[in-house]
Design a protein. Structure first.
Length: 332
C-alpha cells in the first residue's frame, strides 16, 4: 500500500446499540481512518457459560456477570451488519469485522467481506484458520500471545488452505488492555516482517498514540487502534480506547510521518537546494593577492558563500599561480 492502512477498531464499543455504532463510524470518518472494524460472534459459539473474564474486563464491567453474559449483550445480528455496512458505504469508509466462530465467518463471507481480520486468540485454532484460508480473501492476522513458531504454523495453514501469501498482512500485538510500554516489544514487528518476508503492522492496545507513530516509522503498513466516543462508558474496552479527538490526532500524525519518511534516496530536497550557496563555502583569498603570486595555505581561506570553487578542490588549487589580483575575501 502507498500509505498506512488505518483501522479504527470500534470492536464492541457500540454497547449493543446501532445508533452508537453509527456515531462511531462518523467519528472514524471524521478522524480520517481507512476502515472501521467491529466484531462478529455468537456468544454460544464463543465462550462456555462459566468462562471467567479477563482481569481488565472485571475492572470495566459488572463483576457479578460472566463473560458469556457480558458478550451476549454485545452481539450484532445479520440485519445490523447489513445496516452498518450500508452506512459505511454511504460514508465512504471500509466496513470490517472480526469473526470469532465458524458461523460468523460464513455470515461475513455471505455479506461480501473482502478482508478478514483474524484476532490473536484464534491464531492456534486450526479449523478456524483453515476455514478462512479456503475463502482466499485478504487476511490480516493478529499475533498477540504468540511466538514466531506459532505465527509460522498459522501462515502455513492459511496458505495451504488456499490463501495467497501476497494477500496476508501480519500484525504484531499484545493482548493486555492496556499494554504496558515495556511489554510492547515493537522490534518484534520488524522481526515478523523479515522472517516471513511479508507485509507487517501493529495492533495497538497501549494508552496514547506514540507507539503507533513509532510503528509506522519502523515500516508498519497497517495500524489498528481501539476507539470510543467516551472512555468512561461502561464496557470492556472503552477505558483502553482513544476518544475521537485522539484518534484524529493519531491519524494526522501517521500521515505526517509518511510524508517525512520519504523515498529512502539520499539527495538534496527541492526545498533546500536554494540553501546550498548560502550554507556551503568556497575557496577565497585570505588576504590581498597579486597576479603571479603562488596560491598557498597562507593566502587562501574557505568561507561562505558556496557559489565559487568548492573546498573539495583545495589540493588542486594549492601551488597554482594567481591569474589576476585579488582583494581579501574574493572568490577565486
Amino acid at each position: 500500500m502507498s500509505k498506512t492502512f488505518i483501522i479504527a477498531e470500534a470492536g464492541v464499543n457500540h454497547n449493543g446499540s446501532i445508533e452508537l455504532a453509527k456515531k462511531l463510524i462518523d467519528a472514524a470518518v471524521q478522524a480520517g481512518a481507512d476502515a472501521v472494524k467491529f466484531q462478529t460472534f455468537k456468544a454460544e459459539n464463543l465462550v462456555s457459560k462459566n468462562a471467567a473474564k479477563a482481569d481488565y474486563q472485571k475492572q470495566t464491567t459488572d463483576k457479578e456477570e460472566s463473560q458469556f453474559e457480558m458478550i451476549k449483550k454485545l452481539e450484532l445480528d445479520v440485519d445490523t451488519h447489513k445496516e452498518l455496512m450500508a452506512y459505511c458505504k454511504v460514508k465512504n469508509v471500509m466496513f470490517l469485522s472480526t469473526p470469532f466462530d465458524h458461523d460468523s465467518i460464513e455470515l461475513l463471507n455471505d455479506l461480501g467481506l473482502q478482508v478478514f481480520k483474524i484476532p490473536s486468540g484464534e491464531i492456534t485454532n486450526l479449523p478456524y484458520l483453515r476455514h478462512i484460508g479456503r475463502l482466499n480473501k485478504k487476511v490480516i492476522l493478529s499475533t498477540g500471545m504468540s511466538d514466531i513458531g506459532e505465527i509460522e504454523d498459522a501462515l502455513d495453514i492459511l496458505i495451504d488452505a488456499g490463501t495467497s501469501k501476497a494477500n496476508i498482512t501480519v500484525l504484531h500485538a499484545n493482548t493486555e488492555y492496556p499494554t504496558p510500554l515495556e511489554d510492547v516489544n515493537l522490534k518484534a514487528m520488524v522481526t515478523i516482517g523479515r522472517t516471513f518476508d511479508i507485509p507487517y503492522g501493529y495492533s495497538d492496545h497501549t494508552l496514547g498514540i506514540e507507539v503507533d507513530i513509532a510503528a509506522v516509522a519502523l515500516g508498519a503498513s497497517c495500524i489498528e487502534k481501539h476507539f470510543t466516543l467516551d472512555k468512561t462508558m461502561e464496557g470492556p474496552d472503552h477505558k483502553a480506547s482513544l476518544e475521537p479527538d485522539e484518534l484524529q490526532t493519531m491519524v494526522q500524525a501517521i500521515r505526517n510521518i509518511e510524508l517525512a519518511l520519504g523515498s529512502s534516496v539520499k539527495k538534496p530536497s527541492k526545498s533546500e537546494l536554494k540553501n546550498k550557496p548560502i550554507a556551503r563555502k568556497s575557496i577565497v583569498s585570505g588576504k590581498a593577492i597579486k597576479k603571479g603570486d603562488i596560491l598557498t595555505q597562507e593566502n587562501l581561506a574557505v568561507k561562505r558563500p558556496g557559489n565559487g570553487i568548492s573546498p573539495m578542490r583545495w589540493d588542486e588549487v594549492i601551488g597554482t599561480v594567481a591569474t589576476r589580483d585579488y582583494k581579501k575575501d574574493e572568490l577565486l
